[in-house]
Ligand binder design. Structure first.
Ligand code: SF4
Length: 208
């Protein structure tokens, strides 16, 4: 069977720009990084940090502590949320998957910590029973301020499929204040990431 042959597309030869330069010559080539990696490293270590320190110091002198330090801390805090490394039920599997290679939550600066004293985010990822309630409150109280809570999944939000069970807390907001609710049974890791980004927006709006 014959097949249609389409003529090859015209070669994208570089056209001269207005100033006579070849357009492709103006763009950094994919095969050759615009700034070699080693130079970036050197810049970070030797020039970037002192330059940033100098810029911040002069800004603080000009505008005062309150107008510079607080926003910088807020910016750093909301972009490096440290959730407690724990799990309650099936939603915890989605929580764990969110930190695996496929969803890689750490690219948002979200790094789970195993001590509540190093955390500022409690992600309640499963069914909360009355038996575990006082432990959850203790963990929350051990976290330093400012701190936030995400109710991940229907169980944490309102008891989920077990809401009428005598042993289940019908929503973790009965125990601790909740900032963001994530729907689903279970919510997928993308939904967890979305909830974390929503929390970041909330922190930005509240200027905490
Ligand atoms: S919301 Fe669904 S998936 Fe999550 S802990 Fe409850 S029953 Fe399990």
């Amino acid at each position: 069977m014959g097949h249609l042959t389409t003529p090859p597309p015209p070669a994208t030869a570089a056209k001269p720009g207005a100033d006579g330069f070849k357009l492709e010559a103006e763009l950094p080539m994919a095969s050759e990084p615009a700034v070699p990696f080693l130079e970036i490293e050197t810049l970070r270590a030797k020039e970037f940090l002192p330059a940033a320190r100098e810029a911040l110091t002069s800004l603080i002198k000009e505008k005062g502590d309150a107008k510079v330090i607080r926003p910088v801390f807020n910016w750093a805090g909301r972009n490096s949320l440290f959730p407690l490394h724990w799990g309650l039920a099936c939603c915890a599997i989605e929580f764990a998957a969110g930190f695996g290679a496929r969803w890689d939550a750490e690219r948002f600066g979200v790094v789970p910590r195993s001590s509540p004293r190093q955390c500022d985010l409690l992600i309640v990822n499963g069914t909360v029973t009355w038996k575990v309630a006082h432990k959850l409150i203790t963990l929350y109280e051990q976290m330093p301020e400012p701190k936030w809570v995400i109710a991940m999944g229907n169980c944490a939000t309102g008891g989920g499929p077990f809401r009428t069970a005598y042993s289940v807390v019908p929503g973790v907001d009965k125990l601790v204040p909740v900032d963001v609710y994530i729907a689903g049974c279970p919510p997928r890791p993308e939904a967890m990431l979305d909830g974390i980004l929503k929390l970041e927006e909330l922190i930005r709006e509240r200027k905490e």
